[in-house]
Design a protein around this ligand. Structure first.
Ligand code: ARG
Length: 568
């Protein structure tokens, strides 16, 4: 199904050709609805190129072409914009089509890609904390949208499950472990033994040596140390799984750093053989003398003591994803502190001749009310599970006040959807690069651009159908008499224009904003146009607008990983 934007873009191309003008400009939704539904800056762009008067050029385009069909005769405004107002019956016909389309008008991508999305990726033996929200929620939303657009997506959890910290963990496990505490909360106990070992290392060189030996033994494949390592990984994964369950996050594969371990020597050999890497002060390094921002920052892929590191693993990871998984696109959804690291990794991949589209998708931080990185009172990272539990509890309290008559199972279900939805939506509705202040009151508000506001719009529509006592049946015709009806219908048609643009710069906030505006248009329509009390055929037509709004809201929120309750 072509969107109105596509159709008008094609018409504009024909018009420019008819006026013997070069192709220029774009068709975009109107910035001011008083002038129309869409506009083009073509005449302005051409005027600059050709040194002519923009309004005169706009007139020339309109004089040369009269087959705009889907809209009223276009008008010229301001410095030379051409404005298009769609004919109501065209919008009505498209709206009726959308009601029959499970994809709600969204066309699948013309050239589907195989995309590995690396997101979340927490470190084992450490708790997931508030800092993991952005990567997890953003990566999941991008994956959902890519899947909906027909891409072949592999969601990969690149767990930090290998590395020097395991020397400490294993030493602590052997000498300090409290089994009962481990059963109560595995990661908390792993953190405790890690911290205590760390303190001992600082105070006692003998412990430092013992820790080093445990690490060497692990790396050499010592069975006891391997089995302790494996157990800490499994225990951590169990706790991560619990958070993923609550968040409704799913991975297709979880290839942690350890998965790449036995590939690392070959990676270093290869980079040395191809002269991409060189030996410098006993270490194997890749220099980027030709890339100004990296000129002073070589990547070390084998330390002078022979150990491999994070960069080596990521080079092996690129190989695996492109060669074994056959990905042509990789999205690395990882915070801004790793920008330099991934610049190096991507530069190495280029030198190796890989042409796949490798993207580091970064994001800002979550701040506390004091505008500093969000921490607990005692200065620790806020554990993710505590935060999610609090979200659900707070949502429950609000729902109990608003609707005390709900049954207990309904309350549990709604609190879950509203609380978790609020946390996710608050994150996704911000431009990903900006830091934001975590605020329970704002994210759980029923007013403004929040999940509860959108969920409530959906619920309101469901209650209209409950009141009507009927299932939805598509009417013979959609009629858009009132301006609020036309505005709402046009917005519904624009879902298909918005969804693909999210992936242009990885901005789910574009979709969030659209949903917010859709809900606003729905409320304006609902104020102005009685639904159940109106006569046929208006009644059926308005019910159809309600139904389609509910479907688009639910689908849009689903693409952001957010569920809708039927009541709240
Ligand atoms: N585990 C890492 C961290 O917590 C993130 C891993 C990101 N992915 C990657 N391929 N390096 O910082």
């Amino acid at each position: 199904m072509n969107t109105f934007q596509d159709l008008l873009t094609r018409k504009l191309a024909e018009a420019l050709a008819a006026a013997s003008l070069p192709q220029a400009g774009a068709v975009t939704p109107a910035t001011d609805p008083r002038f129309g539904d869409y506009q083009t800056n073509a005449a302005l762009v051409l005027a600059k190129q050709l040194g002519e008067n923009p309004r005169a050029l706009a007139q020339r385009i309109l004089d040369a072409y009269d087959r705009w069909d889907l809209c009223e005769p276009p008008t010229i405004a301001g410095a030379g914009f051409i404005n298009f107002t769609l004919r109501p019956e065209i919008i009505a016909a498209r709206t009726a089509e959308l009601l029959r389309d499970a994809r709600l008008g969204v066309a699948p991508a013309e050239s589907p890609r195989r995309i590995v999305v690396d997101f979340g990726s927490p470190n084992v033996a450490k708790p997931m904390h508030v800092g993991h929200i952005r990567s997890t929620v953003l990566g999941d939303a991008l994956a959902r949208i890519a899947i909906f657009l027909g891409h072949d997506v592999i969601r990969d959890n690149h767990l930090g499950d290998w590395g020097t910290q395991f020397g400490m963990v294993i030493y602590g496990w052997k000498n300090l472990l409290d089994r009962a505490a481990l059963d109560r909360g595995a990661i908390a106990e792993l953190v405790r033994i890690y911290k205590e070992t760390n303190e001992k290392v600082a105070a006692d060189p003998k412990v430092r040596e013992a820790v080093r030996e445990e690490l060497v033994k692990l790396q050499a494949g010592d069975p006891e140390n391997l089995s302790i390592w494996k157990e800490t990984v499994d225990l951590s994964l169990k706790e991560f799984e619990d958070a993923y369950q609550v968040l409704d996050i799913h991975y297709d594969i979880q290839r942690g750093e350890s998965f790449y371990n036995d590939r690392l020597p070959a990676v270093v050999e290869r980079l040395l053989n191809s002269k991409i890497a060189e030996i410098s002060e006993g270490a194997v390094c890749v220099f980027f003398r030709d890339i100004p921002e990296l000129a002073e920052k070589p990547a070390i892929i084998r330390k002078s003591d022979g150990g491999f590191n994070y960069a080596t693993t990521d080079v092996a990871t690129v190989d695996y994803r492109i060669q074994d998984l056959k990905a042509n696109t990789v999205w690395l959804v990882v915070g801004a502190p790793q920008i330099l690291h991934f610049k190096q990794i991507i530069a190495i991949a280029r030198r190796e001749g890989y042409t796949a589209d490798l993207r580091h998708i970064t994001f800002g931080s979550i701040l506390g009310e004091d505008r500093k990185l969000m921490k607990t009172r005692s200065g620790e990272n806020v554990p993710l599970r505590d935060l999610l539990d609090e979200a659900v509890q707070r949502a429950r309290k609000i729902i109990e006040e608003k609707n005390p008559d709900l049954s207990e199972p309904e309350k549990i279900d709604i609190a879950q959807k509203v609380g978790i939805g609020a946390v996710k939506y608050y994150d996704l509705s911000q431009y990903r690069m900006t830091d934001y202040i975590f605020s329970w009151d704002r994210m759980l508000s029923f007013q403004g651009n929040t999940a509860p506001y959108l969920q409530n719009a959906y619920v309101r529509i469901r209650s209209i159908f409950r009141k009507a006592g009927q299932e939805f049946t598509a009417p013979a015709q959609i009629a858009l008499g009132a301006p609020e009806e036309k505005t709402l219908a046009l917005r519904l048609c624009q879902f298909a224009e918005v969804v693909p643009t999210v992936l242009n710069d990885f901005r789910p906030n574009v979709l969030a904003n659209y949903l917010f505006e859709l809900a606003n248009s729905f409320h304006a329509f609902y104020e102005a146009c009685p639904v159940l009390k109106s006569e046929e055929p208006a009644r059926g037509s308005r019910l159809a607008l309600c139904e389609l709004t509910a479907r688009v809201l639910a689908k849009g929120l689903d693409l952001l990983g957010i569920k809708v309750p039927e009541k709240m």
